[in-house]
Write a protein of this length. Structure first.
Length: 331
């Protein structure tokens, strides 16, 4: 039996090697995996897409800190609420079955209204009572837990995806590729960020937001309605967080804790770019997204967020005020 087994094994090896030898003899290329350059380009494209999504969600977080100096730990839940609300309108069995585009618009409007309601019903009364920032930060943690578990009860733990744009063929970008869905999300996110920049620079409300962020007391002394500006910032932040949630759920998947998972990267982008700076949040989030994806070229995917946070630590050691933040003297 042993000679027969050796003969069968040798015959199998010959049959396996003959196609490869014949292909080489005919000058045909043996299929190989993508080169390092191709994988690096693909990771860069994925990182830019991830970074602009983080940027959309983190701009509101940065503006809120700039206007009232509140670290809003519940901001991630606005991301989740935007995604799950759009999913209900679009793909839930009990929902109306809207197309994703009007569902996304409705989710952004709902996020803006929720942000305004939280400001008028919770944060403004707390500020009027003279509540300290530490106490308000603790309230944001409680609000985060409340909203997260409310979504858990209403949405459930089962991950799901939207009804449209789920399975698509890829578009070649040299050695890399991207789906039309992901390309559209990336371009829309960039356009939204440019629109925010134009709003802050070219409109009266944008000028007021920048003035309140720079010096609240001086802005109020010059006649700016600070309460109105703060309400606008909360509504803008809620709407942008909801839009980022729809984008993130579209390119990834909708889950009940997706915003909480993204929250740490949002904070990293805001701190890296410079606290209170909308443009800093954009730049820092883009860096975080690119580093997170590029790290997968050398390290396991499970560690991509860890390397992004390591870059945050290194940059802050060199430039404590962040990329676009201004150095301040303490004491």
């Amino acid at each position: 039996m042993r000679p027969q087994r050796k003969f069968v094994l040798a015959l199998a090896l010959v049959l396996v090697s003959v196609p490869a030898l014949s292909a080489r003899a005919q000058g045909e290329a043996v299929p190989r995996g993508p080169t390092f350059g191709a994988r690096a380009l693909q990771a860069l494209i994925d990182g830019i897409q991830f970074g602009v999504i983080i940027a959309i969600t983190s701009v509101g977080l940065s503006l809120i800190f700039g206007t009232i100096h509140l670290i809003n730990f519940a901001h991630g839940e606005f991301v989740t609420i935007g995604a799950t609300f759009a999913f209900y309108l679009n793909a839930a069995a009990a929902g109306p079955g809207w197309h994703l585009i009007p569902a996304a618009v409705a989710a952004v409007a709902f996020g803006a209204l929720l942000g305004g309601a939280v400001e008028r019903g919770l944060w403004r009364p707390l500020r009027a009572r003279g509540t300290g920032l530490i106490n308000m930060f603790i309230v944001t943690i409680g609000l985060s837990l409340l909203l997260r578990h409310l979504v858990l009860v209403l949405y459930g733990t089962r991950p799901a995806s939207f009804a449209q744009y789920d399975i698509q063929s890829t578009i070649g970008l040299g050695p890399a590729s991207i789906t039309p869905r992901d390309l559209t999300v990336t371009l829309l996110a960039v356009l939204v960020l440019l629109g925010i920049a134009m709003l802050l620079q070219k409109t009266r409300i944008g000028t007021a937001v920048r003035a309140v962020s720079a010096n609240r007391d001086l802005a109020e002394a010059t006649g700016i309605d600070v309460q109105r500006v703060v309400l606008f910032v909360w509504m803008l932040g809620g709407g942008l967080a909801a839009l980022g949630g729809v984008f993130f759920g579209l390119v990834e998947i909708v889950t009940w804790d997706m915003g909480f998972k993204l929250l740490l990267l949002m904070f990293a982008g805001v701190i890296l770019g410079g606290l209170g700076s909308a443009y800093g949040a954009m730049a820092g989030s883009l860096v975080i997204g690119v580093v997170a994806q590029m790290s997968t070229l050398w390290f396991p995917v499970d560690l991509q967020y860890a390397w992004a946070l390591l870059v945050l630590i290194v940059v802050l050691l060199v430039r404590p005020q962040g990329i676009l933040g201004q150095a301040e003297r303490v004491g």
